[in-house]
Design a protein around this ligand. Structure first.
Ligand SMILES: [Cu+2]
Length: 357
């Protein structure tokens, strides 16, 4: 009877453990590889150690076995139990490092989408100026890099099917990337407790075929409910909180909508940046935006001159808190814009600066 119960328990827990979400990206497959390696490795040691413990406890129980001779060390044994775990640990480390590298380095031809987390919804801003709330549309078989920030508190962006998860932090950008392999709808969660409606901070990741993606870009409405939904999340949930705040599906580039970079261009003149910065390489009060993105900049930080790579986070800091790193050879005369530009405006301005190669 006991054996039967144990068997049942083992079978149900194994079945549960194997129903992890579908692996809908290459990274997810690599991730699963190391996950199962660690699970089985732990299982081997668990079974081995517990079995030895039980056997010894029974075999050498007091009264049955008389006190054995005292042994002082056993060099071959000690070498074996040091060398084998060391090798296993290096395998875990090396393999983990490999998968981690794959996860954090987005291919250079990735399509970029900006993600803004706020209590309690996810907003997605595309290069063409479109934005959507609660639904992230991406094409299949194309690397996508998400540049994420938060408007208020800590959030975390998690796509279980792609095995990517990253904190979304106010005041800076963090990224994840993926290449979707399975068209249809995938669940997105916020996995950092962020207030009363945290559990409702969901989104749908909608992976479109090549043709559907073209349609969506040109402003056609996609019948999302007709797309295949992921079977591992049967009670699939969309974000109801964002509805009514924005059109949940705003694929509306048609009608002469400005691209994100063009919105940025309009903003740098309406915010007065153009008084001190040019877009054509000429030096005004401050440095020109032309060729800025991606170059090495010499800046004075805390009295010392250091070299920094101009990326999204550097641009963000230069705009919100320009005195943190002052460009060498320029006066510390730029006013801080923290609180004067919101996340969406900041994204547009940075996209504009990025576009001035
Ligand atoms: Cu959140």
């Amino acid at each position: 009877m006991n054996k039967l119960l144990l068997c049942l328990l083992l079978i149900t827990s194994t079945a549960q453990a194997t129903t992890i979400p579908v692996a809908a990206s290459d990274v997810a497959q690599s991730w699963d590889g190391i996950y199962w390696f660690l699970v089985y490795l732990s299982l081997v040691f668990f079974v081995g150690i517990v079995a030895a413990m039980i056997i010894f406890a029974v075999k050498y129980r007091s009264g049955v076995y008389k006190k054995p001779k005292y042994i002082h060390g056993n060099t071959p044994l000690e070498i074996i139990w040091t060398v084998i775990p060391t090798i296993l640990l290096f395998v875990c480390f090396g393999w983990g490092w490999q998968v981690y590298k794959e996860m954090i380095h987005a291919p250079s031809d990735s399509m970029e989408v900006r993600v803004i987390g706020k209590q309690w919804l996810w907003q997605f801003v595309y290069k063409n100026g479109t934005s959507s709330v609660g639904d992230l549309f991406v094409p299949v078989n194309k690397p996508v890099k998400l540049i994420m920030s938060s408007e208020d508190v800590l959030h975390a962006f998690f796509i279980p099917n792609f095995r990517v998860k990253k904190d979304v932090v106010p005041g800076m950008y963090s990224n994840v990337w993926f290449e979707a392999k399975v068209p249809g709808i995938h669940q997105v969660y916020c996995t950092e407790y962020c207030g009363t409606s945290h559990s409702g901070m969901l989104a749908r990741l909608i992976v479109l075929s090549e043709a559907q993606w073209k349609d969506w870009l040109s402003g056609k409405k996609i019948d999302v409910d007709a797309l295949p939904a992921d079977p591992t999340f049967p009670g699939f949930r969309a974000n109801r909180l964002g509805e009514g705040m924005h059109d949940a599906q705003a694929g509306t580039q048609a009608g002469g909508q400005l691209s994100l970079a063009d919105k940025g261009k309009a903003l740098v003149s309406s915010k007065g940046c153009v008084a001190c910065h040019s877009a054509d390489g000429s030096k005004l009060v401050g440095p020109s935006y032309k060729g800025l993105y991606g170059r090495e900049e010499k800046v004075v930080e805390g009295g010392k001159t250091v070299s920094v790579n101009v990326d999204d986070n550097y641009l963000r800091e230069s705009i919100e808190n320009p005195l943190a790193k002052v460009v060498e050879g320029y006066p510390p005369s730029m006013p801080p814009y923290k609180g004067l530009v919101n996340e969406e405006e900041l994204a547009a301005i940075i996209e504009y600066i990025k576009s001035l190669k």
